[in-house]
Design a protein around this ligand. Structure first.
Ligand SMILES: O=C(O)CCC(=O)C(=O)O
Ligand SMILES: [Fe+2]
Length: 275
């Protein structure tokens, strides 16, 4: 079975429904080409300076360039994409709120072998979340076309419902083939991995992920986005970045102050649980 494709005029219920069933779905043509051009221009110098990965999981010929909020102002539009945010809100609705988990350009170089197939939620120290309790909603935006040959993300459809800590072979998975500007949306529970790049071109995707706000963020956004940059950002983005309490009480400053005060004094909301 291949992955389902939805068109860009779909709605969050359909995307979240497909996610709950299959663990992954592709929305075609959601990002306009000129936005991707701007993001590429902003990120290229950073990608060029990023070292390749230190191990087989990161990919020894793969560059992972993070801190997109700071390095690529245009990427903020993808982070705040309305369809993706409402899908995430529905998909993670069992939690009080959600936050930005990581922002990372993943450039898989020619000749790279496939990444081991995994669940992204294993990052939480392999905690066995109850079946059906989803903790992440993830995207990979295609900055280049994604083909089976150039290392399109591979997904085991329906494996979001499988047991934990399984080992899958590449042959159990399908390639999330999609055109530049399309986005793969997938859960933290679905088994997947970067594909082998057997082409002579680099495959680039923007991995932008969200998690329930009671868990730690994979990318430390307080340290990767300088305070003076944070001070210029819209308040909705700041709250999504983690300048907000997670659920009722997590992450306040000193005398129960709202963390937004660190960058936007005067915008605090009184009390807990009001995120
Ligand atoms: O680059 C990809 O297609 C997937 C990468 C991935 O799954 C990961 O790094 O966790
Ligand atoms: Fe992954």
């Amino acid at each position: 079975m291949g992955l389902r494709h939805l068109s860009a005029d779909t709605d969050a219920d359909r995307v979240a429904g497909a996610l709950a069933e299959d663990g992954a779905v592709i929305v075609d043509g959601l990002a306009p080409p000129d936005l991707l051009d701007r993001i590429a221009a902003e990120l290229d110098p950073h990608l060029a300076l990023t070292p390749t990965g230190p191990d087989d999981f990161s990919g020894r010929n793969t560059r992972r360039t993070g801190a997109l909020i700071a390095r690529s102002p245009s990427s903020r539009q993808l982070v705040m994409d309305p369809l993706i945010l409402s899908t995430t809100g529905r998909f993670l609705s069992q939690a009080t709120n959600f936050q930005l988990h990581l922002t990372q350009a993943i450039a898989i170089g020619p000749g790279s072998p496939a990444q081991p197939i995994h669940r992204d939620q294993w990052a939480f120290d392999f905690f066995p979340f109850p079946a059906g309790y989803e903790v992440q909603c993830n995207t990979i935006w295609a900055m280049t076309d994604f083909t089976e040959e150039n290392g399109a993300t591979r997904v085991v459809p329906g494996s979001n419902k499988a047991a934990d800590k399984l080992r899958f072979e590449q042959s159990d998975s399908v390639a999330a083939e999609m055109e530049r500007g399309s986005v793969l949306v997938y859960s933290g529970s679905v088994y997947h991995g970067g594909g082998a790049n057997q082409s002579d071109q680099t495959r680039i995707g923007l991995n932008i992920t969200y998690n329930v706000a009671w868990l730690r963020q994979e990318e430390n956004r307080y340290l990767s986005v300088p305070r003076e940059v944070a001070a210029t950002l819209p308040v909705e983005l700041l709250r999504l970045m983690g300048y907000a309490r997670g659920a009722y009480a997590l992450g306040y400053i000193d005398d129960l102050r709202d963390p937004i005060e660190a960058v936007r004094p005067g915008l605090s909301r009184p009390g807990f649980g009001d995120n």
